[in-house]
Design a protein around this ligand. Structure first.
Ligand code: HEC
Length: 173
């Protein structure tokens, strides 16, 4: 009889422990506490800086591409190198947007909540830049200015496509 009681106790104790693990931890969870403290102090997680720097570098590389194409004799090797740089950076975009880092979370960022509301669309948008920059990188060494310019335009379209939906418009701030 005693044994049965003990077994029952064990059977009941397990789910209770599970529940405690799921719902508890408001005060005891160091990660949650750390994040809350960071938000309270207005401290941005390092990933925000990282992703901004990544986009800034993408912006500079694209500017360099446009600069070359405006010249009489563009440096096509440079365009190819810049396109490759954009390609590598575009591949990182996906990992730069952890949950809780949008404009709605109180950080100084231009990342709209739409990124997390439509994750598949955002992912596809980033992939477009990966694809179009790869095309530009492989086309550039051929030296066909019109074709390279057209591809640079196509790549630029992916920037705008994503910004229109997922980035806070500077002018609307
Ligand atoms: C998949 C979506 C996406 C694509 C594609 C994309 N961007 Fe962005 N871009 C963003 C988002 C979102 C931000 C805001 C990031 C933030 O504030 O945290 C941003 C910010 C920027 C910034 C500002 C960085 C800063 O200092 O805050 C520049 C410059 C930029 N993008 C340039 C470009 C260029 C040039 C391209 C194309 C070659 C491009 N982006 C393609 C989503 C994208």
């Amino acid at each position: 009889m005693l044994l049965v009681t003990a077994r029952r106790l064990v059977a009941f104790a397990a789910p209770v422990a599970l529940l405690a693990a799921c719902s508890g931890g408001d005060a005891a969870d160091p990660v949650a506490e750390g994040t809350a403290a960071a938000v309270a102090a207005g401290e941005a997680p390092p990933i925000l800086k990282e992703r901004e720097e990544n986009f800034e570098a993408i912006g500079k590389a694209f500017k360099a591409v446009r600069g070359e194409l405006a010249a009489d004799s563009p440096d096509f090797a440079l365009i190819a190198a810049k396109a490759s740089d954009i390609n590598a950076r575009a591949a990182k975009i996906q990992d730069h947007f952890p949950a809780g880092t949008s404009t709605a979370d109180g950080f100084k960022t231009e990342a709209l909540p739409a990124i997390w509301e439509k994750p598949e669309e955002f992912k596809a948008s980033a992939q477009k830049l990966v694809d179009e920059s790869a095309k530009l990188a492989s086309l550039a060494p051929g030296g066909d200015k019109a074709a390279v310019a057209a591809q640079a335009m196509a790549m630029g379209g992916t920037c705008k496509g994503c910004h229109d939906k997922f980035r806070l418009d500077d002018e609307k701030k």
